[in-house]
Design a protein around this ligand. Structure first.
Ligand SMILES: *[C@@H]1O[C@H](CO)[C@@H](O)[C@H](O)[C@H]1NC(C)=O
Ligand SMILES: *[C@@H]1O[C@H](CO)[C@@H](O)[C@H](O)[C@H]1NC(C)=O
Ligand SMILES: *[C@@H]1O[C@H](CO)[C@@H](O)[C@H](O)[C@H]1NC(C)=O
Length: 498
């Protein structure tokens, strides 16, 4: 793994495509005149009424009921950080990403990025910090009184901050803001109550960007290794399997619906979509040392290219631009039954969530790509919504990916797709700028779970008990508990990292 070169670069869309983007999607957005808009509304309403009458349709997305109306036990106190820890970091965001052509728009629309019409945005994969902070401002149970709060939110933008220093800065530069933040938090009266154990923050880059392997290593900061941050909970797009202080939550996608009607219309659309391709893959090969074994990513590309039933979106070199186009990415996944999600620079991929939004069943080769990561948001029984092809089976070449996927019956596929589509409300970051919550989204699920976690810790502190769980290095196992997984079946996946 070549960290400097192959790290996931902030991704934005190409320049040419934006005008025509996603016009086939339900679009009530800018530029549509009033008459057309009204026409749209009437047509959409009729279509919705019709859809609601059909049997087997999604009439309301799964898990939408907002059960708890009161705020008791749900109050969040937002720590007021000096601007240098968040909004000031956006001032230079045109330069902070060296690869993204569109970095200046990252922070538009509360972190969703540039609008593409309707509920669609050119959302960068590393903007979760902005999305979360902006959503927190709309959270219905904010309090000014720390004593009343169930948890304390720290709106630091560690990934954006890190983006300024990942390449070519020395260790003291990379650690400066993390150390300053830790010291600042520790000096606050709110900190002393639980020693920070009721504090949480969000990091929009993967855990290894904040867990430097060695004191003077050339990649990452030591943010998540600091004692203060070990007490806190950090919500992150990819967590460490061996540490407790971070918890993975979904990557942002391009889809940010605000109402149940918009969500339901989309769910019904992707359920019905015709999907000419059995499977597809969007990605580029990675550099690998001569004579080293092919990665699953290489094998995915190779086998996809060789199969008449696979569609490849090649992101290598000149062609990389198409992989930054939300329209092309979504069109690919919407026309595929299965979407391959091999390990890349790190085990998780944003593409997993884009695929699921498109109603494409994800295919994983490593349990660390999703099953041991997003335990708060994904069902425990991974067989219900995904296909797991163990890496070693594909690698030994006993059975091609295509052959394995062709064995899955149409009924099984339909059931999995229905499950994936039913999960969507919990996987997307909804747009609450236009009003009240109509469904629990990825943010709501995360906040609820953080509060549960803090409550558990509070109970342990008052009762003087300790967590009964195993050693920290087995953290990844806690999220499993899948029906009939042998105790040690997946140990070899987590005994080392590629
Ligand atoms: C690290 O880099 C900064 C800025 O370039 C410089 O001022 C500082 O002296 C460097 N520190 C070390 C220990 O090299
Ligand atoms: C690769 O393997 C071949 C054959 O085993 C060997 O001759 C060659 O030196 C190896 N190359 C490298 C860079 O290790
Ligand atoms: C793959 O095939 C080889 C030889 O044909 C066999 O030894 C091995 O057990 C097979 N592996 C699996 C996972 O079926």
């Amino acid at each position: 793994m070549d960290r400097q070169q192959s790290r996931k670069y902030p991704m934005s869309i190409g320049k040419k495509d934006t005008a025509r983007l996603l016009i086939h999607h339900l679009s009530l957005g800018g530029g549509v005149d009033t008459v057309r808009r009204m026409f749209y509304v009437v047509v959409v309403s009729l279509v919705l009424c019709f859809l609601l009458l059909l049997p087997g349709e999604v009439s309301s997305p799964a898990g939408t009921a907002l059960t708890s109306s009161g705020c008791d036990g749900r109050y969040i106190f937002v720590q007021e950080l000096p601007a240098r820890f968040n909004v000031d970091l956006l001032r230079n965001c045109c330069v902070f990403s060296r690869w993204a052509g569109d970095a200046c728009h990252l922070a538009d629309n509360g972190g969703f990025g540039r609008g593409l019409g309707g509920d669609w945005y050119a959302t960068d994969q590393f903007t979760l910090e902005l999305i979360f902070h902006s959503r927190m401002r709309q959270y219905e149970c904010l309090t000014d009184d720390p004593d009343r709060a169930a948890a304390v939110f720290v709106p630091f933008y560690p990934g954006i901050e890190m983006g300024h220093h990942l390449w070519g800065s020395n260790v003291s530069v990379r650690d400066a803001a993390p150390l300053e933040l830790a010291q600042w938090l520790r000096s606050r009266p709110e900190w002393t109550k639980m020693g920070g154990r009721d504090h949480f923050m969000v990091a929009g880059r993967i855990t290894w960007d904040f867990r430097r392997w060695t004191e003077d290593g050339d990649w990452g900061s030591k943010l998540l290794l600091l004692p203060e941050l070990k007490s806190m909970t950090t919500l992150i797009i990819e967590s460490s399997p061996w540490h407790r202080n971070d918890m993975a939550i979904p990557y942002p996608t391009y889809f940010h619906p605000s109402t149940v009607a918009e969500l339901t219309a989309w769910q019904n659309r992707v359920l019905k979509q015709s999907r000419p391709w059995l499977f597809s893959f969007a990605g580029a090969p990675r550099w690998r040392p001569p004579n080293s074994t092919a990665s699953l990513r290489d094998l995915s590309i190779e086998q996809c290219r060789a199969s008449a039933r696979c569609k490849l979106l090649d992101c290598a070199g000149e062609r990389a631009g198409s992989c930054f186009s939300p329209r092309r990415i979504m069109a690919l996944f919407e026309s595929s039954v299965f979407c391959l999600q091999p390990v890349g620079d790190s085990p998780t991929r944003r593409s997993t969530f884009d695929a699921m939004v498109a109603g494409c069943v994800p295919v994983f080769f490593h349990p660390g790509s999703a099953y041991t990561q997003y335990a708060w948001h994904l069902p425990r029984d991974y067989r219900r919504y995904s296909v797991f092809l163990p890496e070693e089976v594909v690698r030994q070449g006993n059975e091609s990916i295509e052959l394995a996927l062709r064995k899955i019956t149409a009924e099984e596929v339909a059931a999995m797709r229905k499950e994936v589509v039913g999960m969507l409300p919990r996987l997307v970051y909804g747009d609450r700028r236009r009003g009240a919550a109509e469904f629990d989204d990825a943010f709501d699920v995360a906040v609820e779970k953080v509060i549960e976690r803090v409550q558990k810790q509070r109970k342990q502190i008052t009762e003087g008990t300790a967590d009964a769980v195993a050693e920290e290095k087995y953290t990844w196992k806690q999220s499993l508990v899948s029906t009939n997984l042998g105790e040690d079946e997946w140990d070899h996946y987590f005994s080392h990292w590629g």
